[in-house]
Design a protein around this ligand. Structure first.
Ligand code: AMP
Length: 473
């Protein structure tokens, strides 16, 4: 199928051609006709599938037809969990609407609210927003929803993980009941379904890849290695394979900084991107990485979502994530939209149980390779695929989150041009001044562990507490 068969306006098709897209991705093939028909949509799609265009293109098509918004009104609202994703979605909306008389803006917290209030005055066709700031603007009468036609919840699972359920419910309450609802989520947990029940009517359900599956275009493997040898293994791989653009994930911000220093000692250009870096430092690191000045970008999971780098060839899990779904999101940074990529993970004796948990989640064993000279002295136990289904999480009564701009704290609001930056989860002190907990961010709760099995075989079952959202991302 080609884009021209989807019934989109020539101006939209032209923008798509200018982006170099030849044909719609599977999510676009399914979502675009359903949205154009006016149906509510619930789509399970990871980043990298082309989901943003999947909802934006038909949204723009629908907006061409209606009338302009009145002052302070918006016609389409796209809610995202993080400011980085908000920026990125706005960037896409701007690109796809560049030949149309459709206005769009992005709002998020951590920056001055007044300029945002000014922008909203004239009314906006498409507003991309994070929930906290949107509520602030609503409470100050800066935004009105009387003209709202379409609501999009992007990365709904992450919004729930970040504790935005109350904010989302408060927002939904003030929207007109006659509207089209589109919900996109990497996974469909029971919590997501519970949210959808009160929100979405008779939806078309779309699933382009089963939840927690990894993209086929990504070749994955694991290097068993001793913990102390990981840095030299990384340097060795970068140098011997002449990797020019590698995204490396560490578990902690401190670990990311240390690794950057170590790489630079060997003249490998590297930069870190995480929640302790200012927004401008993050932008600079990301821009350097995209233009080739920075060869290795070391990130914590703050960027696991929303970071879109064209044709990123290599992702390395220096530390395995202990929130296993993050593995899927991390490696989803490569092999995007038809391109191929490599996702490499280092596993040590201590982190073997995390590997088993990941393998259970993705229901496949990740092939292992031992790099000569880096054979582990501390043996990493063999994997054995645990095929028992992981029980869905029980819907949990969420705690009342603090009204913070948890997803926000950049130092500068983008001006005319949307900028692209990392996704984030944060470890900064919460607004009440207390530390927000350890570096594991918003961990997910695991199904309970079974009593009589060795821990390593059932790592997917370990229970970790969910944390409250905090300010600072
Ligand atoms: P998303 O899943 O929305 O984050 O999109 C991932 C990447 O796929 C972005 O870089 C898009 O520019 C790209 N993309 C979206 N649609 C297509 C398409 N039909 N063909 C090729 N690339 C696409």
């Amino acid at each position: 199928m080609s884009f021209s068969h989807l019934g989109l306006a020539p101006e939209i098709n032209q923008a798509v051609v200018e982006q170099g897209y030849d044909k719609p991705t599977p999510i676009q093939e399914q979502a675009i006709p359903a949205i154009l028909e006016g149906r509510d949509v619930m789509a399970a799609a990871q980043t990298g599938t082309g989901k943003t265009a999947g909802f934006t293109l038909p949204l723009l098509q629908k907006l061409i037809a209606g009338t302009k918004p009145r002052a302070n009104n918006v016609r389409a609202l796209i809610l995202t969990p993080t400011r980085e994703l908000a920026d990125q979605v706005w960037q896409s909306v701007s690109l796809y609407s560049k030949h149309l008389p459709i206005s769009s803006e992005v709002v998020y917290g951590g920056v001055k609210i007044n300029p945002q209030m000014m922008k909203l005055r004239k009314g906006i066709d498409v507003l991309v927003a994070t929930p906290g700031r949107l509520l602030d603007l609503y409470q100050q009468n800066a935004v009105k929803f009387d003209d709202l036609e379409v609501l999009v919840l992007d990365e709904a699972d992450r919004m729930l993980d970040m504790g935005f359920i109350h904010d989302i419910k408060r927002i939904i309450k003030v929207l007109p009941s006659r509207r089209q609802n589109l919900m996109f989520s990497a996974t469909f947990s029971e919590e997501i379904r519970a949210l959808a029940k009160g929100l979405i009517h008779d939806p078309v359900e779309i699933s382009v890849a089963p939840a927690n599956s990894t993209a086929k275009s990504v070749t994955q493997w694991v290097y068993p290695v001793d913990k102390s040898k990981r840095t030299s293994l990384l340097k060795h791989l970068v140098q011997t394979h002449d990797w020019q653009q590698v995204l490396v994930f560490t578990r902690t911000k401190h670990g990311a900084n240390r690794l950057v220093k170590d790489l630079e000692k060997d003249k490998i250009n590297a930069a870190a991107i995480h929640g302790n870096k200012s927004q401008s430092a993050r932008m600079k690191a990301l821009a350097g990485f995209k233009n080739g000045e920075v060869r290795v970008l070391v990130a914590t999971d703050i960027v696991a979502r929303g970071l879109d780098i064209q044709e990123l060839p290599h992702v390395v899990n220096f530390d395995l994530p202990n929130v296993y779904e993050d593995y899927v999101h991390r490696i989803g940074r490569t092999g995007r939209a038809g391109a191929t990529g490599e996702a490499i993970s280092f596993v040590t004796q201590e982190t073997a149980s995390d590997l088993f948990g990941i393998e259970r989640l993705i229901q496949q064993l990740v092939p292992r390779k031992v790099e000569p000279g880096f054979e582990p002295q501390l043996a990493v136990p063999e994997s054995k695929l645990d095929t028992r289904p992981i029980k869905p999480k029980k819907p949990k009564k969420p705690k009342k989150p603090k009204v913070t701009d948890a997803e926000q704290a950049p130092s500068a609001q983008p001006k005319n041009k949307p900028k692209q930056s990392s996704g984030s989860r944060n470890n900064k002190p919460s607004s009440n001044g207390k530390p927000a907990g350890n570096n594991n961010g918003n961990r997910r709760r695991r199904p309970s562990s079974s009593a009589n099995k060795p821990k390593s075989q059932h790592a997917g079952e370990k229970r970790t507490p969910r944390q409250k959202p905090t300010s600072g991302n």
